[in-house]
Design a protein around this ligand. Structure first.
Ligand code: B1M
Length: 215
């Protein structure tokens, strides 16, 4: 718990050196790095968001702390992915394309989803952020993926997920792919409304939903 508290504090203080030191410490103590990421650093990320909301943090401060969170996320995911460990029992193999939708640069959560899916045995193609629906579909066709997963963190960019569903129907491609949506403003109701096949609230649930979609 002490390490988790320190991890939270490191993000709030935007202290990258301390954060990397804590990762090493957790590795040495053989602690679960995913727990450290989600419950420790993740709590710090949540806290900076809340502070920004309440006007206690300026945008440059938010950007700086978020950059530290991103570097920390990448470091931990790098370690976990190179371990080649299987975290879950659902080894439902399949290919998933992930993208944060056009106009949206939030990619920390999507990175965690990508890593969790990889750890669970899926092949993940991550197109990054600000990806237009046309590019998503083009790549999905080229790579013959099973599932297209989109992430949206802004209420103003969720509409891109609807745009993708529309494009899939209009081009006759809907039958060829399962779709999945996620990101803080998304809900199961939203997924149903736009015609997406799946929704998940977090990275762990994303694995279960993806496994179900390719059953
Ligand atoms: Co911004 N931002 N941000 N931001 N940011 C939010 C989302 C916001 C809620 C903050 C706020 O005002 N309270 C708000 C959105 C308001 C709204 O639309 N209703 C907001 C805003 C307004 C903005 C800007 C417009 C600010 C500005 O410029 N004025 C700007 C937008 C720029 C743009 O995108 N065009 C902006 C910028 C930024 C930073 C660059 C500073 C940084 C992003 C860095 C990065 O991602 N590379 C940032 C951050 C960090 C946040 C908050 C603080 C944290 C987001 C995050 O990383 N969460 C966020 C407030 C908050 O959420 N408390 C906020 C942690 C992450 C692990 O969770 O992303 O939810 P999350 O992912 C989860 C689940 O959602 C789910 O699993 C993940 C892991 O469990 N999930 C999926 C996600 N995708 C999924 C896909 C799936 C399945 C599950 O299947 C495909």
């Amino acid at each position: 718990q002490e390490l988790l508290d320190k991890a939270k504090e490191a993000i709030v203080d935007a202290d990258e050196e301390e954060a990397f030191h804590l990762i090493l410490e957790a590795e040495n103590q053989k602690l679960d790095l995913l727990d450290l990421l989600l419950l420790g650093f993740g709590a710090g990320n949540q806290e900076i968001g809340d502070r920004f909301d309440r006007g206690l943090l300026s945008l440059p401060e938010l950007i700086y702390a978020a950059e530290v969170m991103k570097n920390v996320t990448n470091r931990i995911l790098g370690i976990l992915n190179s371990d080649g460990r299987e975290a879950c029992s659902f080894s439902a193999k399949g290919t998933i394309l992930l993208a944060t939708v056009a106009g949206d640069i939030h990619d920390i959560g999507k990175g965690i989803v990508a890593s969790t899916l990889r750890t669970a045995g899926f092949e993940v193609i991550d197109l990054g952020c600000e990806v237009p629906v046309e590019s998503i579909l083009e790549e999905a066709k080229k790579r013959r993926v099973d599932i297209i997963g989109t992430s949206a963190l802004l209420t103003s960019t969720m509409i891109e997920q609807k745009k993708l569903e529309k494009l899939l129907v209009e081009t006759g491609e809907k039958k060829n792919f399962r779709t999945m949506v996620g990101g803080a403003p998304c809900t199961p109701r939203w997924a149903k409304k736009i015609g997406a096949d799946g929704y998940s609230e977090d990275a762990v649930e994303a694995v279960k939903v993806a496994a179900k979609l390719i059953e």
